[in-house]
Design a binder for this molecule. Structure first.
Ligand code: HEM
Length: 350
């Protein structure tokens, strides 16, 4: 009798998805469909339109697209490796990494690829879509140019992603070192962490902060309110590992009151906005991750936190510059292509 394992079924499914997607993706004609040779502007317009529609339909995909830029570009450079489900070298791709829990937005990347075909690499789509999501979520305050011309890599490994991506339980020195390895300064670490003003996190990513024995300082009232809400979310999301919103601003008035949140200086009506509210929250010990809190333990980083709390425009400008730098991290591999499907390398011989 042949036993069909879940992994085998998943393998066949992912192969099918790859073949189907590749079949549906037509190379863009030179002058058809509104994008052609040198039609960078039209490529950008196409990406923007798909991202706008996707965020309208499902707001949670916006933060996911911003995070995708970090998780793609940090591992092997910006090469679309985070999108792969199987490669000739590995079936345990970056998507399976523990540090990639909750990654999302792949359907939006596929939808853009289906419109643009061979005109643009998946690596370019990731940085363009993340740029547009940042602009939309910041209500036009985060803006930067993105050059195209990246190629797609063919290597993607869960182990490599777990070795390279920073963890929410990292100490400040580990975070600083992690960023330095990619050519990013301590200042840029503080700036980019402001992206945690949007989106959600799984309980497993901040469980340490709720657990008395390992907790780093977190406001007592916030922790109690969070623990109570986690209990509720376990029921309503029907999972032992539910998600919570990263930003207390987005948690609603009852939660904020229970958590003793002082919203002075925060626009509480700007629910879901990518802005400097993260710095207000962090300086009140009301953020989810230890990796956010530890920035308070360094004198320079702590004064940067205060500066960004007090100067929203400076954060918008500096965050835009840091995202632009992130989007330029060069691909590190030796083998490149323009993929037909963003989920698979072109050689589907596995
Ligand atoms: C400094 C080191 C960082 C650490 C340790 C870290 C860690 C995390 C973790 C654990 C989550 C929640 C994952 C989950 O449980 O589902 C998360 C979410 C998120 N991170 Fe980070 N992150 C870091 C830096 C960044 C950077 C540089 C960016 C953007 C450029 C970013 C953007 C985001 C966004 C937008 C979310 C929410 C995603 C969503 O809702 O889909 N993070 N991060």
């Amino acid at each position: 009798m042949v036993k069909t394992t879940t992994a085998a079924v998943a393998g066949v499914l992912s192969l099918c998805v790859c073949v189907l997607l590749a079949a549906g993706v037509q190379p863009a004609a030179a002058d058809a469909g509104g994008y052609g040779y040198g039609g960078k502007k039209s490529i950008e317009a196409t990406v923007r339109e798909v991202v706008e529609k996707a965020i309208k339909r499902r707001p949670a995909v916006g933060p996911a697209l911003v995070r995708l830029v970090f998780h793609d570009c940090w591992v092997n450079g910006c090469d679309g490796s985070v999108l792969l489900e199987k490669t000739p070298y590995s079936s345990s791709t970056e998507k399976a990494a523990v540090n990639n829990i909750g990654l999302d937005g792949f359907d939006v990347i596929d939808a853009i690829k289906a419109k643009l075909g061979a005109a643009v690499s998946c690596a370019d789509i990731v940085v363009l879509a993340g740029r547009d999501a940042s602009a939309i979520l910041s209500r036009g305050r985060v803006t930067y140019d993105v050059a195209t011309g990246r190629k797609d890599g063919v290597v993607s490994s869960a182990a490599a992603a777990d070795a390279v991506l920073p963890e929410p339980t990292f100490e400040f020195a580990q975070l600083k070192d992690n960023f330095a390895r990619k050519g990013f300064t301590q200042g840029e670490l503080v700036i980019l962490s402001g992206a945690h003003s949007i989106g959600v996190a799984h309980l497993s990513s901040f469980q340490d902060r709720l657990n008395d024995s390992t907790a780093t300082p977190i406001d007592d009232q916030y922790r109690a309110a969070l623990s109570a809400d986690v209990g509720r979310q376990k029921m309503s999301q029907n999972t032992p590992n539910p998600t919570e919103k990263n930003n207390i601003r987005d948690m609603g008035a009852a939660f904020q009151q229970a958590a003793g949140y002082d919203a002075t200086g925060v626009d509480t009506s700007a629910v879901g906005a990518l802005d400097n509210s993260y710095y207000h929250n962090n300086l009140q010990n009301r953020v989810l991750f230890k990796s956010d809190w530890v920035m308070r333990t360094d004198g320079d980083a702590a004064s940067d936190l205060a500066e960004y709390r007090d100067n929203a425009t400076k954060w918008d400008v500096d965050f835009s510059a840091a995202m632009s730098k992130l989007s330029k991290l060069p691909a590190e591999g030796t083998h490149f292509e323009i993929r037909k499907s963003c989920r698979c390398t072109n050689q589907n011989y596995y």
